[in-house]
Each structure stands twice: as structure tokens, then as C-alpha cells.
Write a protein of this length. Structure first.
Lengths: 192, 999
């Protein structure tokens, strides 16, 4: 579904971190009973990945599974495998109570990269971005100023942020303003 | 005369000048100066005028406690009023202006208040004087007072600077970078805790840099230098200057305000969560209350030595020191050592036998014990002091000429932050100060103390005590956050023999009313000893009442200098101890923070999010006039060249009714409700029955709150056996999602139902009008005829190769299709539809046309016909309320007596007799008046429009008696007092048989 994206506005930007909109991911929302033995099995069979730990994001290559709540996951895939994974999940879970919905079109993903990426996020999100506190492998649902968002780190210098599509311009402009050169905080410099 | 000394000045970089102006006069300071020190260095002693009497005022203090030296700073887009000269670092090119004077600082007409009217402006004057006659307050008194009172000017231009927030988390935040804060931070840092140390000024070390002493065998300055570099080398300790601890709140929330060092955002607001907070906030010196203590040249003793040592500023060749404690002797000694004259130390105590007193005497300074200042000589500036005996009533025993008076009434610990979050205080008689009561600390979520005072903020004034207390505070905080502390001894300092302070609240103790009227307590708000005494006599015994009656401590400095002196006078007048009187409440912020920093990034284009549908840009390019709907922007109408908005709306309606129109309905909420019990769940959520809906079919439904009130409506489509798609209003998308989750999570947690908010996954395009079917068929798909897609049903369809879901539903009464399409393909489909509709003149229509068309059909709109007090029955929607269901949310509430009362106002249509459009929200008047003397009413307008279809005004309203009164004419009041008669009618104004959509 991610061919021909028509999202407006968000071009690449370089402040003291770089901000880039990513358009190459398909996203599915999966709700179900994690404790039910068949659920994890179905997920593993479809994605090769099990249910991540609380506030965790796991994945390899082009597939990631993120914990969104005690009964909700996001499954992020490349568009080539989306349909196959969806079919596999639906098939395996058909006798269970679950909800699978594609939400690719409703979300926008940004990649924010740079040595000071942590502090740019900390200007906007009430999250402890200290390197000891927030590490790759963790996902946080939070807010970015007045917009809902979830963030995770793919390495120590890059953050991925997912938000609702309609907020994309707002979020992009927020990030750009927070990353204005000269406005560095250098709050985590010692720790990094 | 105040001037710059040739050498010295710890904070100065004499290699770099900073040029600035004060009231247009060019001055020069050095890098490292504050505005205050630079003004004093240029002999600018007169800085402003006081609030009420416009008395000449100079600099009193050297820090955040300064009451007088508030300036208008900068110009145009950089302008900032009420900036404290003592805490603002001087920068090259600064433009400073004094405040609160007219026409000029030197010649101020308002000062006549002082000469002519001061006996008429005592405490409570406003309350007494301006109460009668009533209208005079608004029209005469208030404008006059506003003209003469007030401090800085309001900025006129848009602020050009950047402001931002920063969220940070630490184990321990140490507020205050003096020696206590540094020592506490080192202990906690060594234990491995994540620590932030903040200092409001641009320098580490605090008072000890000026007051000197030795710490662990080293000069204090060297100790500070070492400990700072030690802390800087610790990876787990962050240090930040120019960051003020503004407030401490529950759950370890600490709000801090950062000033720019010349780079980056002007202010940054730090929102910190800390597990423990150490308040090493120091202490503030108190003034003494004697006649003329507000004259420029009378300063705090500590401030005079701060200016001398830190900024190489002499505040006068001759300085008389007046004190009731040993500390002020330091000022005398320092000045003497700098080669300046100290003609006398006036010590109110009979016995001043401490080490410092001896040292002063050894330096040849005249120490006069048991003495007081009777009054200050000089007009506009200190010329000398007249002295008297402290025990007496003020008989002048001698005169001493001088340019400056250094006063010290003792020290008050800065307990503000301790108190913000609930820490209690006790009055320590021996030290004459309120101290944090560590037995009653602020407590966190777990009931444990989370604020720990340290050093002089805790009431310890000797250096050795400060070091011990700070070390203990650091250990305690580190232990609390689960760190093992090393058992290192605290740094030590030799104890200095001191004579005890003697509380002196009035000087001399028997000062007559003439003197008391000139003895200032609150410099900024012009409150004198006589005012507080008057308040006490008039019965204002509670400190909070006396504060508000006299305005003591209510200025921008929040009484940092005045509060303790004021409540001591109050206690004395009430003949009770200071502890009994207590303090007023300390509230954040400690010192003012800028509004801009609170707003942070939320200004200009980022003030609020603007949510955009996938077709937003198209609307913009096609001349949409926007309407904000929540965070969304929706096209209100698309006016063409030469067309008014009204014209555009009318054209859009006519086009749609006659041929075909197209609407971006993407903002509508779309909630997927799935699970084996989804039908059961929706039967509870909606007033009507959804579980009986067949897959492929749609049904309109109403949602009520538990209290029975209508909260949302929309069409539910059954997707399959297990899944429903619930359409909500635009505003309801998030709130109804939350409403559903709340019921599922809190009440019906065992029900097998999941909800997903798919609002943004699908754009929704409505193609509306008699030609809409032909437009759809042109996109290569048929099957939209009434047999294959009857009214209130849906089907999946490929439109120009795009997978869509087509709902045959109508909010306009026309043949109408709403097409759900994945958001990323929406613009493509929109373009296709516009092209396919070309031959029918297809045109986009906006929200206003949508509203008019639904009103022509008598369809309700949540938020127009409902306002949180309306139940579906009021809107004649009984047909959408199941009688068979055992229960649904709101059912029981709707059976309450008031809900079934025949007196409830019910929905009707309204047709003005003259065809005009009723004013929005107009009330229908009834005979007589109510118990408040207001005209009785019998209804109100909920929606009102001009209908181009009918060529007249149409309206809906809630009216007493509802449709039972069809045909009656009632009067609606206009703002101008005239009335519009309107006939009560069926709200279904157009196509009452529903023929138009039945095709």
C-alpha cells in the first residue's frame, strides 16, 4: 500500500540533527491475548518474531514487532511481505479473538539522526532520553508537544518516530524547530 | 557617588567592554558585569520610582531579591519589561530604560503622591476610598490608578526570540551552586547517582567567594574551583549555570528556568523529574526598618560587599554599616581593606563581641554599640545618617556624613522551594529566622521525604555548619536513591566566634509615627511599618489577610526582602510571637519566569497542530476558505473569483442538489469494532440495536453518556459477522474511541471485543447529488443501482483500479455515496472523481453547504442541536431508541423524572414569518419575568441558515412543547432588542417524502 505516497510537506531537513520521512514500511495493528498460547505461535510463524517484552521493539531486517499495550502490537514490514504476513496471521488466529488491521496509510514514520538526537527528542517528549534510561530495543508511546507519537532508537544516534498521518507536517516542523542550529542543550554530552 | 575601583572584580573581564544605554545615556561596563553593577560603576544610583508614591529608588540587593531595579530591556521584538538589573548579565548594545515614572526619572510628577497625599494613601486605602460611589471605580478611579501605578510596559511587537522546553530526569537535583550545593552534589555524585546541579547565576560558589574563609585548609575560592572541576569530570553529574529552580511540585517535579548565555534560545524551561531534590538555595539578608531606609544609597550590607569584591564597584567613599548581627562587619572589613572609608558601624546590640567585631575595631573602625539610625540625611540620595540610641525614641545624638549605608537585619534562609511542595517551617528564636522543619518535609508518592534542605537554606550560617549539613544532605539523598555512600568526612572550616543576633524589627525601637511612616518594609509595593500596624489595628490579624490588605510582599519580588520584617511588625502589633503569626504561603515560581518560556515552542505556526486530510493541499490550491474543526482544517466553502463566501455556499448547494457535488469527509471518525461480542457491545453503546444489522448493511445510531445525554451519532456499517465499522463525528473520533475503551477496559473487561481507530487509514469522499451514480459508474464499475446497492448498504468496489468501500448513505437527502479509500490513494481517487464528474459540473462543497443541506432535511448535528444537556428524546429521535433492549448506556438516566418531563424543550423547525434568517442562539421570549427579574424564555435557536434551495431562512430550535405547538408563532429576540416572529414547523423542510434519495 505504500506505493505512490501523497503525504505532503515533510521533506528532508538538516538542523543539528537530520529529519527524514520514511515511506517504505507497511504497518499492521494486531490486538489479541498475548497470554494465549496460540497467539505467540501465530506471530512467530508469520513474522519469525514473538511477542516483545513490555515497551519493547524487536526485529530483524525488514520486520519489526513493537509492543504498544498489554494487548496491542504494531507489526512493521516491507510492502513485499505484508500480504503474506497478514494472511498467515489471519489463518493462524482464525479461531481466536483478535483484531488485525492495516494502518500503513494512517501513520507517518520519521527518522531523526545525529549525535544530539536524544536531546532534540527531550525538548518535545516527556521521556527520559538519557543513554542509561532509553536504549535501542525500547519503544515509548508518548506525546511530541501536542501530538501523539511513539519513539524508538535503531542505534545510539538515530530515533524513529511514528505519528498519525494528519499530524505529519506539525511533527516535522516541531522537530525542525527543536533542531535549530545554535539551540543545542548539550545535556547528555558527558554521558555520550 | 558610586564608582569603579581600579583593580579587582572577580567576575569582570576588563579586556572586553560592553557599551549600553540607560534612559538614552550611553554607559560602558565590562564583560562579566550585571546591569546593576555596571550602572553603579557609572554612578547611576537612581534607578526607578516606587509603585505608589513614586519615591526615588536605587539598587538595594545584588541578586534575585532586588525589589527596585526593574528595567524595560531592549526594543521592538526584543523588548522585555520588569527585568531585574541585578540578575541580568550585561551585554554589549543593551538598551535599558527605567520604569514607573512620568515624565522623566529625575523629575517625576507622581512623586507628588508622596509629598501631598502619602497620609491619604495608607493601608487599605483603595478599599476604603474607592468603594463609593460604585460606578466611579470603573470610570474614574481605575483608569487614574492604572495610569499612575504599574511597572513595566507591555511589549507591543511579536517576540523574535526562540523559547523551548526540555524534559529531564535525574536521581537527584541540587538547586543552588554555592558551596553547600557543590558539596552535597559531590557526595551524591561519588555515590554514583545521576545528579544535576543548577545555579541561577553565571558563577559557581555563591556567597563564599565574597565572604571568604578557609575550607579544609584551602582558601574558599580554591576549594570551589577544585570541587567544580571535580564535579565536571564526573560522568554522572550534570552542571548547569543560569538555571533557576523555579518551583518544586508533587512527585518530584522540578520546574527550572534557564537564561541564555548569549547563545541559543532566550529562555528554556526545564521540566524535571527527580527522585530527591536538595535545596541548597542559600539565604537572603533582611533590611532594617528605619526612617528613610528606601533612599538610594541604602543597600544590604552583603550587596555592598558583593559589588565591591565581584565587580570592583565602590558604592560610596564613605559607608556607614548598620546591623544587628556580626555578618555586616564583613562588609566594613572588606571595604576598609579595599581602601574605602567606614566612618562607623552602628550596632543595635549592646554587646558586639564577636571575632569580626574585634577585627573591625583593630582596623580602626568606630563601632557604636546599642545605637540606631534615627533617619537618613539627603534628598534623592544618601548624604549621611543621624544616629540615636536603639533603646530610645529617636533623639538625634550625632550625625555622620556618608554616601552609602550598609544594612543588615540578619538572614532568612531561602525556604521557598522547600515550602512549594508542602514542607513546613519553624521559627528559630535564637537565630531569628524561619527554618525548614525537617520533621515535616514534603513527601512523595511513597510517603517519604523527597526534598532535603542543605546549608544556609536550612538555617546554618557558619561555614563549618554549612559544610556538615551539605555533606549530610548529599549522603541522605544518595542513600534514598539506593546508592551506597562513602563514609568520607565533610570538608571542614574553623568555627568563628560570633556574638548572637538580636532581633531588631524597628529602629529605634520606640520610633514615633513620623519615623514609622518613613520606614519601608516592602520597597517595590511601598508598604511601610505604619501600614502593617494600621492593618493590625483594623483587625487584619491573619498574616494572609494583612498581606492582601497592605499589599506587603505582593510585588514581583514576592516579598523576598519584606515578608519576615512585615510579619515581625504584625506579630509585635498583635503581641504574639513570630512563630504564632507564621508566614504567608510560598508559591512557585521562586522568581518570575517568562510567559514565552511557558509557551515554549507552541507559538506562531506551531501554536496548535493543524491536522490535514490527504486532500488538504488540493483544497488549499482550489481556494478553500478554512474552518477549524478540532485540530483539523476543513474547507468551509470554495469561493471563486468575485464570489462572497455566502455566494459560494449557495452555489455549492444548488450545484449539489441539481447535479452533483463532492465533499472531503475524511475527518469523520472510523472505529473498527471487532470480536464475537462486538454486537452485544454496540447494543450497549448505541441506543438502538446494532447486533441485528446484516453484513453489508448500514444503520444510523445514537450514543449517550451514562447520564442519558446524547454524545455522538453516526452510521454503523456491518463489515462481517464479527466486525462493525462505526462512523463518529469529526470531534468524536478520539473521544468515542476512548469512551469505548473505557467501558471495555473498566466495566466489560471480559467481553471479547477489540476496537481500533482507523480514522486516518481511510479518507472518505462523499459524492452527492442526482448525478452521483453516473459519476461513480464512469470510473469503470457498475453495481451502484438501487437494487445492487440499496440505501443504507455498502459494498467493496474497484474505482479506477483503486480498492474502495462504497457506502450508500446520505446526510443531504440526495442520492449519495461515501467512498472510503486508503489515505495514500485518496488524492488520486479525488482527481478521478472530479474528472469523471466534469460533464455534470461537479464541484467541491464545504462544511457550510453540508450543514445547510442537512438542516434542510432536519438532520441534527452533534454540537448544534446538542450541548451536553440534550437527550435523544428531546430531538424526537424516539425511533432510534430501542424499546426492546434490556439496557444501553443512558437508558436508566433517561427514565428519570426530569428526563421524561413534558416541560423539556424539544426540537422543532422554525420558519420566520418574513423569511429572514434567525440570529444564531436567539432565545424565544415568553411572558413575565423569572425570580432574577430576567425575561422568561420558551426556546432557543440551535441551527439557523439561509436555504438557497427554499429561498428563505430556515432554522431548528428547542422549544417548550415541541412539535405539539406546530403552527404557533413565537418571538425570537435579537441583540438590538427587537423580535423576529417565527412559526413552529416540522423540521423536515425539504423533500419530506425522501423521494430524492429513493432512486
Amino acid at each position: 500500500m505504500s506505493d505512490n505516497p501523497v503525504d505532503q510537506g515533510a521533506e528532508d531537513s538538516v538542523g543539528y540533527v537530520s529529519i527524514r520521512q520514511l515511506g517504505d514500511r507497511d504497518i499492521m495493528l494486531l490486538r489479541g491475548d498475548f497470554a494465549f498460547h496460540g497467539f505467540n505461535g501465530a506471530l512467530v510463524a508469520a513474522t519469525g518474531l514473538g511477542v516483545p517484552p513490555r515497551r519493547g521493539i524487536i526485529g530483524y531486517g525488514n520486520i519489526q514487532v513493537a509492543w504498544m499495550s498489554s494487548d496491542e502490537l504494531l507489526v512493521m514490514t516491507d510492502s513485499a511481505s505484508t500480504e503474506k504476513i497478514a494472511k498467515s496471521l489471519e489463518q493462524a488466529l482464525k479461531n481466536q479473538h483478535f483484531l488485525l488491521a492495516e494502518v500503513t496509510d494512517s501513520r507517518t514514520v520519521f527518522e531523526i539522526r545525529g549525535d544530539l538526537v536524544r536531546e532534540v527528542i527531550a525538548k518535545l517528549c516527556p521521556v527520559d532520553m538519557h543513554p542509561d534510561a532509553f536504549m535501542p530495543g525500547e519503544i515509548r508511546r508518548t506525546r511530541l508537544a501536542q501530538a501523539s507519537a511513539a519513539i524508538w532508537m535503531t542505534d545510539d544516534h538515530s530515533v524513529r518516530l511514528i505519528c498519525f498521518r494528519s499530524f505529519a507536517d506539525y511533527v516535522f516542523n516541531l522537530l525542525k524547530a527543536a533542531a535549530k542550529p545554535g539551540n543545542e542543550v548539550n545535556a547528555f554530552e558527558k554521558a555520550i | 557617588m558610586s564608582t569603579r575601583l581600579v583593580t579587582g572584580g572577580r567576575f569582570l573581564d576588563r579586556s572586553e567592554y560592553a557599551e549600553f544605554t540607560f534612559n538614552g545615556k550611553p554607559y560602558r561596563g565590562f564583560k562579566g558585569d550585571t546591569i546593576a553593577s555596571a550602572l553603579l560603576a557609572n554612578n547611576q544610583v537612581l534607578i526607578g520610582r516606587s509603585f505608589k508614591y513614586h519615591r526615588p529608588r536605587g539598587i538595594v540587593a545584588s541578586g534575585a531579591d532586588e525589589p527596585n531595579a526593574l528595567l524595560n530591556l531592549g526594543e521592538g521584538a526584543e523588548f522585555e519589561p520588569n527585568q531585574r538589573a541585578t540578575t541580568t548579565e550585561l551585554r554589549d548594545g543593551m538598551i535599558c530604560k527605567s520604569q514607573n515614572h512620568w515624565p522623566s526619572l529625575e523629575f517625576d510628577l507622581g512623586a507628588l503622591n508622596n509629598i501631598l497625599f502619602s497620609r491619604f494613601l495608607p493601608a487599605g486605602f483603595y478599599y476604603k476610598m474607592f468603594i463609593h460611589p460604585r460606578p466611579f471605580w470603573k470610570h474614574v478611579y481605575e483608569p487614574l490608578i492604572r495610569q499612575s501605578a504599574g511597572l513595566g510596559k507591555a511589549p507591543k511587537d511579536r517576540d523574535m526570540d526562540d523559547y523551548e522546553h526540555f524534559y529531564a530526569y535525574y536521581d537527584i537535583v541540587v538547586v543552588g551552586g554555592g558551596v553547600a550545593g557543590l558539596v552535597a552534589a559531590r557526595v551524591a555524585g561519588e555515590a554514583g547517582a545521576r545528579v544535576l546541579v543548577i545555579e541561577q547565576t553565571a558563577h559557581w560558589g555563591g556567597r563564599v567567594l565574597v565572604d571568604g574563609g578557609t575550607i579544609s585548609g584551602q582558601p574558599a575560592c580554591k576549594f570551589v574551583e577544585d570541587i567544580v572541576s571535580e564535579l565536571e569530570s564526573m560522568g554522572n553529574v550534570a552542571m548547569r549555570k543560569r538555571l533557576m529552580g523555579a518551583g518544586i511540585y508533587d512527585h518530584g517535579y522540578v520546574l527550572c528556568h534557564e537564561q541564555s548565555d548569549g547563545h541559543g534560545p532566550r529562555h528554556r524551561l526545564w521540566k524535571i523529574r527527580a527522585r530527591r531534590v536538595i535545596t541548597a538555595t542559600g539565604a537572603i539578608e533582611r533590611p532594617l526598618s528605619f526612617a528613610g531606609n528606601d533612599l538610594p544609597g541604602v543597600m544590604l550590607a552583603s550587596a555592598i560587599r558583593d559589588y565591591a569584591v565581584n565587580y570592583a564597584v565602590s558604592t560610596g567613599d564613605r559607608t556607614v554599616v548598620v546591623t544587628n548581627n556580626d555578618d555586616a562587619y564583613l562588609t566594613a572589613i572588606q571595604l576598609k581593606e579595599l581602601g574605602l572609608e567606614v566612618p562607623a558601624i552602628i550596632d543595635a546590640r549592646l554587646d558586639a563581641g564577636g571575632e569580626l567585631a574585634q577585627k573591625a575595631k583593630d582596623l580602626g573602625i568606630d563601632v557604636q554599640s546599642g545605637m540606631a539610625i534615627a533617619e537618613i540625611k539627603g534628598r534623592g540620595q544618601v548624604a549621611g545618617v543621624r544616629i540615636c540610641s536603639q533603646a530610645g525614641e529617636g533623639t538625634v545624638l550625632g550625625e555622620i556624613d556618608c554616601e552609602a549605608v550598609a544594612m543588615s537585619g540578619g538572614w532568612s534562609p531561602v525556604v521557598h522551594l522547600w515550602s512549594h511542595s508542602g514542607g513546613k517551617l519553624y521559627w528559630d528564636d535564637k537565630s531569628a529566622m524561619f527554618r525548614p522543619d525537617t520533621k515535616q518535609p514534603p513527601t512523595g508518592h511513597d510517603g517519604n521525604p523527597f526534598v532535603i534542605p542543605a546549608g544556609s537554606a536550612s538555617g546554618f550560617l557558619s561555614l563549618n555548619d554549612v559544610l556538615n549539613d551539605a555533606c549530610a544532605a548529599g549522603k541522605s539523598a544518595a542513600t534514598d536513591v539506593g546508592r551506597a555512600v562513602m563514609d568520607n568526612a565533610a570538608p571542614h572550616s574553623r568555627a568563628c566566634k560570633t556574638a548572637p543576633i538580636e532581633p531588631v524589627w524597628l529602629m529605634p525601637q520606640g520610633a514615633d509615627i513620623g519615623k514609622r511612616m518613613k520606614s519601608w518594609l516592602d520597597f517595590q509595593n511601598d508598604v511601610k511599618v505604619s501600614d502593617v500596624q494600621l492593618a493590625a489595628r483594623e483587625g487584619f490579624e491573619s498574616v494572609e489577610h494583612a498581606k492582601r490588605y497592605t499589599t506587603l510582599g505582593m510585588a514581583t519580588d514576592q516579598g523576598k526582602l519584606s515578608n519576615i520584617n512585615g510579619l515581625a511588625i504584625l506579630s509585635d502589633s498583635l503581641n504574639q510571637s513570630i512563630g504564632q503569626t507564621g508566614t504567608t504561603t510560598f508559591r512557585p515560581p521562586y522568581a518570575p519566569v517568562s510567559f514565552a518560556s511557558i509557551a515554549g515552542e507552541a507559538r506562531g505556526p506551531l501554536f496548535q497542530p493543524v491536522r490535514k486530510t490527504p486532500m488538504h493541499k488540493w483544497h488549499e490550491d482550489n481556494g478553500a476558505s478554512w474552518e477549524p474543526v478540532g485540530y483539523w482544517r476543513r474547507p468551509y466553502a470554495y469561493p471563486r473569483a468575485g464570489e462572497s463566501l455566502r455566494d459560494a455556499v449557495n452555489r455549492e448547494i444548488v450545484q449539489t442538489r441539481n447535479s452533483v457535488g463532492i465533499l472531503d469527509a475524511s475527518t469523520l471518525g472510523k472505529l473498527l469494532v471487532k470480536g464475537p461480542e462486538a454486537g452485544r457491545f454496540l447494543d450497549m453503546i448505541y441506543t438502538n440495536t446494532m447486533s441485528t444489522l446484516k453484513p453489508g448493511r448500514c444503520r444510523y445510531g445514537l450514543m449517550c453518556s451514562e447520564n442519558g445525554f446524547l454524545i455522538d451519532d453516526g452510521v454503523v456499517a456491518r463489515i462481517d459477522e464479527n466486525a462493525f465499522l462505526c462512523h463518529t463525528t469529526t470531534g468524536g473520533a478520539d473521544s468515542i474511541h476512548a469512551h469505548m475503551e473505557e467501558w471495555l477496559q473498566c466495566e466489560w473487561w471480559s467481553w471479547k471485543v477489540y476496537v481500533a481507530n482507523l480514522t486516518e487509514q481511510f479518507a472518505q469522499i462523499a459524492v452527492v447529488g442526482p448525478n452521483s451514480r453516473k459519476v461513480l459508474e464512469r470510473l469503470g464499475s457498475d453495481g451502484f443501482c438501487r437494487e445492487e446497492l440499496p440505501f443504507m448498504s455498502w459494498k467493496g468496489a474497484l474505482l479506477d483500479g483503486i480498492k474502495t468501500r462504497v457506502y450508500r448513505i446520505s446526510f443531504s437527502g440526495e442520492l449519495s455515496y461515501e467512498i472510503a479509500v486508503p489515505a495514500k490513494k485518496a488524492q488520486m481517487l479525488w482527481d478521478d472523481l472530479i474528472e469523471a464528474g466534469g460533464e455534470f459540473g461537479i464541484a467541491p462543497y464545504g462544511t457550510e453547504a453540508l450543514h445547510v443541506m442537512r438542516a434542510e432535511k432536519g438532520f441534527i448535528m452533534i454540537g448544534d442541536e446538542t450541548d451536553g444537556t440534550v437527550i435523544p428524546q428531546d430531538l424526537n429521535l424516539h425511533w432510534a431508541i430501542s424499546k426492546k433492549k434490556e439496557d444501553y448506556l443512558g437508558k436508566r438516566a433517561q427514565m428519570r423524572k426530569h428526563m421524561i418531563s413534558p416541560d423539556r424543550w424539544r426540537l422543532v423547525g422554525l420558519e420566520t414569518v418574513d423569511g429572514s434568517v434567525l440570529p444564531e442562539g436567539a432565545y424565544a421570549i415568553a411572558d413575565g419575568k423569572n425570580c432574577n427579574g430576567q425575561r422568561n424564555t420558551q426556546g432557543r435557536v440551535t441551527s439557523t441558515y439561509y436555504s438557497p434551495t427554499l429561498g428563505r431562512g430556515i432554522a431548528m430550535g428547542l422549544v417548550h412543547g415541541g412539535l405539539d405547538r406546530i403552527g404557533e408563532i413565537i418571538d425570537f429576540q435579537k441583540v438590538d432588542g427587537t423580535v423576529v416572529p417565527a412559526k413552529i414547523a416540522n423540521p423536515l423542510f425539504y423533500d419530506s417524502e425522501g423521494e430524492r434519495q429513493n432512486v
